[in-house]
Design a protein around this ligand. Structure first.
Ligand SMILES: [Zn+2]
Length: 422
């Protein structure tokens, strides 16, 4: 329409002959001063007026009043809104197609995770890895503030808001699919292990618990001892790289794991860490009791290698801590291993659980109690909702056990114990 109008303007300058109007300063609503004469001032054009300039008489140019311009100019932003909608729709469709291919095409997810996904880690992970803070966390705050400001400013223009919202959703879902969603469908880490996970008895579980308690006791001097963020980051990467020498899928580049400026956001959801697929960052909750941190860092870094299953990430985190040369990481690995195995034993045989728990040194028991007190503060509705959301999310990604899969690490530890320790 605006093309038509400009053509019309050029061809039919219908206001050509209208007089140029000036405010003489003596019209209605104005009073003359003492002298009765005020200097003439040019008429101040108001919105909606159609005004000709002196130039008009020379070259017949028409200046269209603001209102006219508004009316014709509306088409341009509207076109832009549709462009945003279309681009967002294309991103959403691409993301849906990739996720469908990962589910339905055998071998696609594995091929993608091995050949394409590392490129994103090397590129996106490197870019955000340069930042000393969690780009995911700060980006989330900026996004929320920016979206709220935008909504308030443009609430009268729903098409404009919808266009941007669909575009943003498209970009986020596509980056989620590329950096995380497809990886849920590749072969599990257990397929790389030289041992199976079936047919374990309660006696074997008790034996594993005793072993882990003894090993944790060797590092009991680390109870309550934390490291600096830099030390955590360096050692986390070093431990994962060392494990990568044994399992090639875990080798290669790791971006630096990051702590949060406001760890309360994770605490209130009862989360120890989170992998951000949008920035390819491993984030950990730096407020929790320190023995959780090394294991959580390795857990999140395993997601960066495409291992998305929670039980497997826990197992990889356990193995990586045991590869470390720092006592704090070894302590973290054995205590976390004890917690997973101990919880399984408590469910299967509460009496032997109590006996084995007595083996732990006092400082470790104090550490475990401090940990319970820390998480107890955050029990409540928010944590319940967060767990329900996490459960739904995992099941939507074909993780049939949902949050319960965090406990399946025990089967893998039993197999590891049988094959490599005994
Ligand atoms: Zn995880």
């Amino acid at each position: 329409m605006d093309i038509k109008f400009s053509y019309f303007c050029q061809k039919y300058p219908w206001k050509e002959k209208e007089e140029i109007r000036y405010n003489t300063g003596s019209g209605p609503g104005r009073r003359g001063g003492k002298s009765g004469v005020r200097p003439s001032r040019p008429y101040a054009a108001k919105r909606g007026d159609i005004v000709e300039t002196e130039k008009l008489t020379e070259d017949k140019e028409i200046i269209i009043g603001q209102k006219e311009r508004d009316r014709t100019g509306e088409k341009r932003p509207r076109r832009r809104d549709f462009r945003y909608l279309l681009s967002g729709g294309i991103c959403l469709a691409a993301a849906a197609a990739l996720l469908a291919a990962a589910r339905k095409l055998p071998g696609f997810a594995d091929w993608y995770t091995v050949h394409i996904y590392p490129l994103w880690v090397g590129l996106v992970g490197r870019i955000f890895g340069f930042l000393p803070f969690s780009a995911a966390e700060i980006g989330m705050y900026l996004l929320i503030a920016g979206a709220a400001f935008y909504l308030v400013r443009h609430w009268r223009r729903p098409l404009r808001i919808a266009g941007r919202a669909v575009f943003l959703a498209g970009i986020l879902l596509l980056s989620y699919s590329l950096n995380c969603g497809i990886n849920y469908y590749c072969v599990p880490f257990s397929s790389y292990l030289a041992y199976g996970t079936e047919g374990r008895t309660v006696e074997e579980l008790e034996e594993l618990c005793r072993y882990l308690a003894e090993k944790a006791n060797e590092y009991a001097d680390c109870a309550g001892q934390g490291l600096t963020p830099e030390e955590y980051a360096q050692e986390g990467i070093r431990a994962m790289t060392a494990l990568g020498e044994e399992y090639s899928r875990l080798s290669g580049y790791y971006p630096r794991p990051k702590y949060l400026t406001v760890p309360w956001i994770l605490s209130v959801q009862q989360l120890a860490g989170i992998y951000s697929p949008f920035t390819v960052e491993a984030n950990y909750n730096n407020a929790m009791i320190s023995y959780n941190i090394p294991h959580t860092i390795c857990h999140e870094l395993s997601h960066l290698k495409g291992f998305m299953r929670e039980d497997e990430a826990n197992f990889i985190g356990f193995l990586a801590c045991l590869e470390s040369e720092r006592r704090e990481f070894l302590y973290s690995g054995y205590v976390m291993g004890w917690i997973y195995a101990g919880n399984a034993l408590a469910a299967a045989d509460p009496e032997s659980y109590v006996q084995v728990r007595e083996l732990l040194k006092e400082e470790i028991q104090a550490d475990l109690e401090a940990n319970n007190r820390f998480w107890d503060q955050y029990e409540g509705k928010v944590a319940e909702v967060a767990e329900a959301v996490n459960d739904t999310y995992l099941k939507a990604n074909d993780q049939e056990h949902g949050v319960a899969s965090y406990g399946m690490v025990v089967d893998l530890m039993l197999a590891w114990f049988e094959e490599t320790v005994k």
